[in-house]
Design a protein around this ligand. Structure first.
Ligand code: NAI
Length: 338
């Protein structure tokens, strides 16, 4: 939109070209865990994003095949595959955005916190490498439990002296994607027009969709709002159970991860009014990290937006989620400092 308005207002051909090339700068995106269930379709979607000029696909194994496959797609970005820890530095060097879907997913009966023991260590190692090779990158944390992995990343970056709260994001976009889909279905409103903020964290009751602020307005009863809230909170478990031991959401997560990374890239490139919900360092509540609407800009977080007016039901949900979210945050901080 901004490119168009700039070019049409300018009468000079040279100026027009100048703006066009300025508007799409080179951007390197690295995906860590790129050979996994989320990583592969996410890599595909990032390959389709015209804002990306270089796509680095890193995993501990199987990346050469994924990279060769995706590299044949005739879109802008160059694709490079990196396999094994020895190549992690090269994958990260010069990255503007690093997306992390590395780690194990849930099986039926597991909570996201059950993944902590394995994924905390994976995230720690990857963040140490980010601090060393691309400390300026925007980090999009997908690996669960996000409520703990984001605080872990913050602590690792603090230890390395590279922490910038504007550049660290827990990806909660899938909660927003689900809330929009479920709301549109129930409220019979066009899904493409729906907006619903989702705040709090990314696990069970810490996921708090604010349907009272949803647009367009749909005429839903309190019971329907309660059911929609619950379905949004349990959306991940719905997929885990349907996959019956074969993992958790991968395709919808890849979509959500691609939407969030695209917003980060647009912000970096100077687009105005890029707003997405994300789990970030925050003063919106007394908790040190919290998901809410965030305005993205040239340095990452431009502004953490407040909660806006809440219904009584949402106020209650907010108070209920705080102790769990607080303890997940503390667990991450403690792990990183042990
Ligand atoms: P997956 O098991 O299919 O893929 C994970 C990939 O990570 C594998 O290719 C594995 O080799 C790789 N990996 C493991 N250790 C690594 C390391 N040290 N460095 C680089 N790569 C490494 O799992 P899936 O389904 O792709 O899920 C990945 C993570 O995303 C899980 O933690 C899952 O819970 C989380 N997730 C988060 C969501 C969110 O909304 N934030 C939604 C769905 C899943």
């Amino acid at each position: 939109r901004s490119i168009k308005s700039l070019t049409t207002s300018s009468s000079s051909h040279i100026l027009r070209r100048g703006y066009a090339s300025e508007a799409v700068p080179d951007r390197k995106v690295a995906v860590l865990g790129a050979a996994g269930g989320i990583g592969q379709p996410l890599a595909l979607l990032m390959k389709l994003n015209p804002l990306v000029s270089s796509l680095a696909l890193y995993d501990i194994a199987n990346t050469p095949g994924v990279a060769a496959d995706i590299s044949h797609i005739n879109t802008r970005s160059e694709v490079y595959g990196y396999s094994g820890e020895a190549e992690l530095g090269k994958a990260l060097e010069g990255a503007d955005v690093v997306i992390i879907p590395a780690g194990v997913p849930r099986k039926p009966g597991m909570t996201r916190d059950d993944l902590f023991n394995i994924n905390a260590g994976i995230v720690k190692g990857l963040c140490e490498a980010i601090a060393k090779h691309c400390p300026q990158a925007l980090v999009n944390m997908i690996s669960n439990p996000v409520n703990s992995t984001v605080p872990i990343a913050a602590e690792i970056f603090k230890k390395a002296g590279t922490y910038d709260p504007k550049r660290l994001f827990g990806v909660t976009t899938l909660d927003v994607v689900r809330a929009k889909t479920f709301y549109a279905g129930k409220g019979k409103v066009p899904v493409a027009e729906v907006n619903v903020p989702v705040v709090g964290g990314h696990a069970g009751i810490t996921i708090l969709p604010l349907f009272s602020q949803a647009t367009p307005k749909a005429n839903l009863s309190d019971a329907e709002i309660t059911a929609l809230t619950k379905r949004t909170q349990d959306g991940g478990t719905e997929v885990v159970e349907a996959k019956a031991g074969k993992g958790s959401a991968t395709l919808s997560m890849a979509y959500a991860g691609a939407v969030f990374a695209d917003a980060c890239l647009k912000g970096l490139n100077g687009a105005s009014d890029v707003v997405e919900c994300s789990f970030v360092q925050s003063t919106v509540t007394e908790l040190p990290f919290f998901a809410s609407k965030v305005r993205l800009g040239k340095n990452g977080v431009e502004e953490v937006l407040g909660l806006g007016p809440l219904s009584d039901y949402e106020k209650e949900g907010l108070e209920k989620l705080k102790p769990e979210l607080q303890s997940s945050i503390e667990k991450g901080i403690k792990f990183a400092n042990q």
